[in-house]
Design a protein around this ligand. Sequence first.
Ligand code: MRU
Length: 320
Amino acid sequence: MEPIRWKGDRLELLDQRLLPGKKQYVVCRTAAQVAKAIEDMVVRGAPAIGCAAAFGVVLGQGAPKAYAALAKSRPTAVNLFWALERMKKAASAGSALEAEALAIYQEDLAANRALGEHGAALVPERARVMTHCNTGALATAGHGTALGVVRSAKGKKVSVIACETRPYLQGARLTAWECVQEGIPCTLITDNMAGHLMSRGDVDLVIVGADRIAANGDVANKIGTYALAVMAKRHAIPFYVAAPISTFDLEIPDGSHIPIEERPASEVLGYRKLRWAPRGVQVRNPAFDVTPAELVTGIICEKGVVLHPDRESIRKLVAH
Ligand code: MRU
């Protein structure tokens, strides 16, 4: 699976809106086209957005309007802004933009493999791992974060419980697809079944990804993550967050300052051409929520695992 293909003069993005039904690439030749592809969720997942944005800067030849268009595409995943900042620094140092974008891509792949190994050590034999959204190869340069941990722990005969992830169905469409392709046993549930399964003892641990981790360890991730963390605490189920260092934002003191994207009402009113809600109803569609650090058992990143994260341990981890 190659969700992001750099071809020298163009970026090819596997259109995640059509999966699992259809495998089709969207071709981007300009920074504006990459920005639009990010906004429209052709490519999604925090690290993948960062990689795509870096190649967008290359296509836009580092022009200020290229940075501006890409920075406006989606607000929550800090990997996007982290990648743009890295590209700016490389440009001011006189380094080649293409080499920097390729480095960002390769480093993300390496970070995921490393965090996968660290995380796998925490996963018991035959564990039933609940996860949310899609954090696999599709959401990154490859391997994945939370799903990367599962991939790395495959030899332990683990299985996945994938929450479908309303309203955009990244769990049902993308995580389930990746697991089926890879031969990882996967059970799909609707989001509102998670508490029931936990209360019956059917979940051994929860592992999710992150879009931005604040300086105090609060975690912004796909809407529904907070509810899973609260329920995991209630049932004494370990709740881990897997994310590379590019997802940490030490300039944000705590989760209340993380910008939360609100997406179009149409995603809640129905799905694709089907509409089930009445005209005239009001809609909220926050795409992310914030899980307070106190509910997080540990954060897994390429440098290792921080148990019970707080301001001090996060600062040490990132500085290390
Ligand atoms: O709206 P999306 O699909 O871009 O949201 C993705 C998530 O919330 C993921 O859990 C997160 O980016 C981590 S991906 C490795």
